[in-house]
Design a binder for this molecule. Structure first.
Ligand code: CO
Length: 195
């Protein structure tokens, strides 16, 4: 069976299983979504938001890009953020990085990868902001792991600095911004406890 056939076979089996467990599942989601969580994560295929939090369809509003970067002028991300905060009224925004992130790793070298290098400049900026701390780490793997964490720290800061989140907090909206990091080695999430 080829990949596309497999997708439809799997989809049918999944829909049947979900309906067996909860006959109202799909009809309950028909008219609206009301997720409480906005997930901003990496596009990496090994870090699927719903799956690693073990949450069903309908529970998480998701934005993913390479290396979970929050760029002040990214209209795509800002639109997701504005809709999530102002319309869906999510209560938690999770910026989730992961160890072993290819985007973060690529930003540590000067080898060119094409257009993507321009996106990864944002992580080179993270390195520049934390140059002192990073230069004190002599083990390459450790420095890589730390940069994956610092990237989350900076992206959480970027979320907090958007007009969208700033105004929601000024207006007393219930909203927490979290920084998580995921370990592909054991499947575990860690809260970096940034707030
Ligand atoms: Co990644």
């Amino acid at each position: 069976m080829d990949t596309i056939d497999t997708i439809f076979e799997n989809n049918k089996a999944w829909a049947k299983e979900v309906t067996r467990e909860n006959p109202d599942f799909f009809t309950s989601l028909l008219n609206q979504q009301s997720p409480k969580i906005l997930w901003i994560g990496c596009s990496d295929s090994r870090v699927p938001a719903n799956q690693i939090m073990n949450l069903p369809a309908g529970d998480v509003f998701v934005h993913r890009n390479i290396a979970n970067v929050v760029v002040h002028t990214d209209l795509n991300l800002l639109s997701v953020l504005q809709y999530a905060v102002d319309v869906l009224k999510v209560e938690h925004i999770i910026v989730c990085g992961h160890y072993g992130c290819g985007g973060v790793k690529a930003s540590m070298s000067d080898v060119q990868h094409g257009l993507i290098d321009n996106w990864l400049r944002h992580i080179k900026d993270v390195q520049r902001f934390h140059a002192q701390e990073l230069s004190n780490i002599h083990n390459t793997q450790e420095r890589f792991d730390t940069l994956c964490e610092l990237n989350v720290v900076e992206q959480v800061r970027n979320v907090l600095n958007t007009t969208i989140v700033t105004n929601a907090l000024i207006n007393g909206q219930k909203l927490d911004v979290h920084g998580f990091i995921y370990n592909i080695k054991d499947g575990l999430l860690k809260d970096l406890k940034l707030n």
